[in-house]
Design a protein around this ligand. Structure first.
Ligand code: NAD
Length: 367
């Protein structure tokens, strides 16, 4: 197979982690007789520096001409970077919001599971003091809700008022609900739909449309949960969840919480899909400006995102499995980037501390 993919290395640690994902991809694809062509796309701060905008029309059309997009991360330090002195629509994140909209990427899938090798990094223990054993996926609606509604700030009679608008259409809710029910069918058959239906109209519509959609999936169990309870349940008993279905803002917050209980934010991959097999694959974390350029980042979330790309956009299941197994093998053999080291110095001393570039090589060697 010939794979044509757009690559957004982005800002901060983006170029470092993408290089490692490419290393691993090339190894597995070569082994199975496939070829890959990368098309570089500028987005975020690097695009602002080069073209004055976070995403150009040309960048969008390059991405559109490919079968998938692999991305690192975009953005900088909001307190010090000149990008954040620009108006909001010209800042790095505007590029990401635009590409999601332009490519119709409405479904964001974020798996969160605990590698047994990293059980000690999980901040949660069960009531017997043992490591947790959870495996869930968050299905987040990505192109509607509060992040896409009209907003403005105005000053009148000395009082400054800011307004954001949350909008959801039944069609948008039904579409993402189907993604979640389909995912549940391939997993353990349970969807937990998360909303704030005791307060918000958008949530009441959400709950009604999800219930209607559930009738198409009698083999899947549906439960509803309020978002505040879900935030609590994720740290109390994450094992209860299989597929969490939620809107844009709630999903943003809950998926960061879920990433932390996996041990490190550097482990969590994500896929953003449209109605075809096209997807944008990126780690769930940001551009980590505090460690950028130091070869300290954990590239595993990006490597696992590349595996998701092979699985969802190219249907290369075996190749994706091999990447996931190689990650597991590297961890089993004791390789850790700094973020994965246990706090206990004796336990840490028994492991191999590696840099970002070494972790990529160690994983590639295990394919
Ligand atoms: P962040 O995820 O970049 O960093 C939070 C903390 O986690 C930092 O201490 C960082 O060093 C650490 N960290 C993150 N990824 C890591 C990795 N792979 N290996 C080791 N440590 C890692 O979040 P932030 O600091 O809030 O945001 C920084 C920038 O990233 C901001 O401009 C933000 O807007 C942007 N951002 C981009 C995306 C994206 O590109 N999709 C997502 C979230 C945040």
């Amino acid at each position: 197979m010939k794979l044509n993919i757009a690559v957004i290395s982005g800002d901060g640690i983006g170029p470092e982690i993408v290089t490692e994902a490419e290393k691993v991809l090339e190894r597995v694809l070569e082994k199975h007789g496939h070829s890959i062509t990368y098309h570089d796309v500028y987005m975020g701060g690097c695009s602002i520096d080069r073209f004055g905008v976070p995403l150009t029309d040309e960048a969008v059309s390059i991405a559109r001409s490919c079968s998938a997009v692999l991305m690192g991360s975009i953005g900088g330090d909001a307190n010090t970077s000149p990008w954040y002195r620009l108006p909001p629509e010209k800042r790095p994140e505007a590029g990401l919001l635009r590409i999601r909209k332009e490519l119709g990427l409405f479904a964001n899938l974020r798996p969160a599971y605990l590698f047994p090798e990293l059980a000690d990094s999980c901040p949660l223990a069960d009531k017997n003091g043992k490591a947790r054993n959870f495996d869930l996926i968050i299905v987040r609606e990505l192109t509607g809700g509060l992040y896409f509604g009209a907003r403005h700030t105005e000053e009148k009679d000395g009082i400054v008022t800011a307004v954001d608008t949350a909008v959801y259409r039944d069609t948008e809710i039904r579409r993402i609900a189907r993604t979640a029910f389909e995912a549940a069918r391939r997993r353990r058959g349970k969807v937990t739909s998360v909303d704030k239906a005791n307060v918000l109209d958008t949530s009441r519509l959400w709950r009604r449309v999800v219930a209607e959609t559930a009738e198409e999936y009698p083999d899947v169990t549906l439960e509803n949960m309020l978002v505040d309870n879900c935030a609590m349940q994720l740290v109390r008993e994450p094992e209860q969840f299989d597929v969490i279905l939620t809107g844009n803002m709630f999903g943003d917050i809950l998926s960061d919480e879920a990433s932390m209980i996996t041990g490190s934010i550097g482990m969590l991959s994500s896929a953003s899909l449209n109605e075809t097999s096209f997807g944008l694959y990126e780690p769930s974390h940001g551009s980590a400006p505090d460690i950028a350029g130091k070869d300290l980042a954990n590239p595993i979330a990006t490597i696992l995102s590349a595996a998701m790309m092979l699985r969802y956009s190219f249907d290369l299941q075996q190749e994706a499995d091999e990447i996931e197994r190689a990650v597991r093998a590297a961890l089993s053999d004791g390789y850790r980037t700094a973020d994965l080291l246990p706090k206990n110095p004796d336990e840490a001393a028994a492991l191999h501390l590696v840099r970002c570039s070494e972790m990529g090589s160690v994983i590639a060697e295990r394919i």
